[in-house]
Design a protein around this ligand. Structure first.
Ligand code: PXG
Ligand code: PLP
Length: 440
């Protein structure tokens, strides 16, 4: 083993081909604005905003300052039966950003924890209302709801499930996904076909009886499985079916909240209001890990019953509402407002769609999908080697073109900064085009 390989050996990297990576590591040691710096001093343009996290760019001075101040003022504080000032302030601010009707905010440390918290809240909500028989949870094929047991179970990405036991948590069903290359390939924005797939929920209600279903969870725009925007009318139909059967609707907005769709939430963008919203990533611009579950007033109220000395929800994390994370969140929300970030993102949408769809006619490309500032170029896999072309493009982009491109198998995913310039968008995609052209 070479000495450089030895240095990277101890770290078991997440969602990574560890052995392949460690042969020639790609290690970042600094960042500023829209660029990373790697350990050998190379500057790289980030085309994924962190991991959908850092829409404002890296090391934003106002967030850095708020974190530095907070960590020197109150580093940590117990969050059970007492808490810190910043957590309360941030909860107010997040609720104020949400659509009308959302009244309360529960804090977590990640998207995965937000999802598992939301599922537990949904189950406990029905029990609090005397409907403890509502235990079934519904997810969707191709859904990504993090990696904890609840989220993995309602999730629908094969590789994330298959080695962890056949049953995962019991009592879960899945609706079909809405990806339909035959009818919808190269759609610009929302695809026209597929709203009828929401009727899968009606079928599951007919199979189990709607009165046994607690909640359905979907990403309003699918992220991780490859940017799948909802068919026109799909989310509205889902909401109607949930209303008919008193099923809670959970929007997993870990990616879509905080400006990615030019609005505070996807719920606002689509005009469809769920009962719970899960968030993370953009809540702190990725600076400190933090997530949140937003609930509507009827959900919170259902818990606020019985003797006042009683704990209403036996759930929480050591770091729920962490003061340094909350300070990062407050600074982030301030910057979004001061800089008009969501409006900036909305204004970039058309340019982004134009650039992305300029790949429609490329012979190695089988689909291009976009919505808001989320986009994907789906490559034809190499025969017999699914994922190989995507990974090679990721590596070539990094080493030869100095741009960071996220690949999930043969999908190239793009999450441009909410405050990107048109110039940098154009130039970075030209680099991607050169690499796609150059690989086999
Ligand atoms: N829900 C959704 C909708 C997500 O996108 C999570 C939950 C889990 O969040 P944490 O913070 O626990 O990772 C996510 C995370 C990708 C990719 O390549 C996306 C995520 C994670 C890993 C890879 O698009 N999103
Ligand atoms: N495991 C043990 C032994 C613990 O004591 C705790 C928390 O006190 C946990 C796991 C959960 O950790 P967290 O609250 O950070 O999620």
């Amino acid at each position: 083993m070479s000495s450089s390989a030895k240095k990277v050996d101890a770290y078991w990297m997440p969602f990574t081909a560890n052995r392949d990576f460690k042969k020639r590591p790609r290690i970042i040691s600094g960042a500023s604005g829209h660029y990373y710096t790697s350990t050998d001093g190379t500057r790289l343009y980030d085309m994924f905003s962190g991991l959908w996290t850092s829409g404002l760019g890296h090391c934003h001075p106002k967030i850095v300052e708020a974190v530095q101040r907070q960590v020197a003022t109150l580093d940590y504080c117990i969050g059970f039966q007492m808490s810190n000032d910043k957590a309360f302030e941030l909860a107010e601010r997040v609720v104020a950003m949400a659509p009308a009707g959302f009244s309360n905010c529960f804090f977590t440390n990640s998207g995965s924890e937000s999802v598992d918290s939301a599922l537990k809240i949904a189950l406990a909500y029905h029990r609090a209302k005397g409907e403890g028989h509502r235990t079934r949870l519904i997810g969707r094929e191709k859904g990504y709801h993090g990696v904890n047991f609840g989220g993995m179970s309602v999730g629908g990405m094969l590789a994330n499930r298959k080695v962890f036991g056949a049953n995962l948590i019991p009592g879960v069903d899945h609706m079909r996904h809405t990806l339909d290359l035959e009818r919808n390939a190269f759609s610009r924005g929302l695809p026209a076909h597929g709203a009828e797939l929401a009727n899968d929920l009606e079928r599951l209600a007919a199979l189990h009886d709607g009165s046994n279903i607690a909640a359905v969870i979907v990403e309003p725009v699918v992220g991780s499985a490859g940017v799948i925007p909802p068919p026109v009318g799909y989310l509205e139909k889902l909401r109607e079916i949930c209303d008919r059967h008193d099923i809670l609707l959970i929007f997993d907005e870990v990616i879509t909240a905080f400006g990615r769709l030019g609005t505070g939430t996807a719920a606002e963008r689509f005009g469809v209001t769920p009962d719970l919203i899960t968030m993370a990533k953009g809540l702190t611009n990725g600076v400190i890990p933090m997530g949140a579950v937003l609930v509507r007033d009827h959900v919170y109220e259902a818990f606020m019953q019985g003797p006042e000395h009683a704990i209403e929800l036996f759930h929480g994390y050591t770091y729920s509402g962490h003061p340094v994370a909350a300070a990062a969140g407050l600074a982030t929300l301030n910057v979004y407002k001061e800089e008009g970030t969501f409006e900036q993102a909305a204004a970039l949408e058309d340019t982004f769609a134009d650039i992305l769809h300029s790949f429609d006619s490329h012979k190695k490309v089988i689909d291009v999908r976009n919505f808001g500032l989320m986009g994907v170029i789906e490559l034809a896999p190499r025969p017999g080697a699914p994922g190989a072309r995507g990974l090679e493009i990721h590596k070539k982009c990094f080493w030869e073109e100095k741009v960071v491109v996220r690949n999930g198998m043969d999908l190239l995913q793009f999450s441009p900064f909410l405050n990107s310039t048109v110039d940098e968008m154009q130039q970075s995609f030209e680099a991607v085009r050169r690499v796609i052209d150059s690989v086999a």
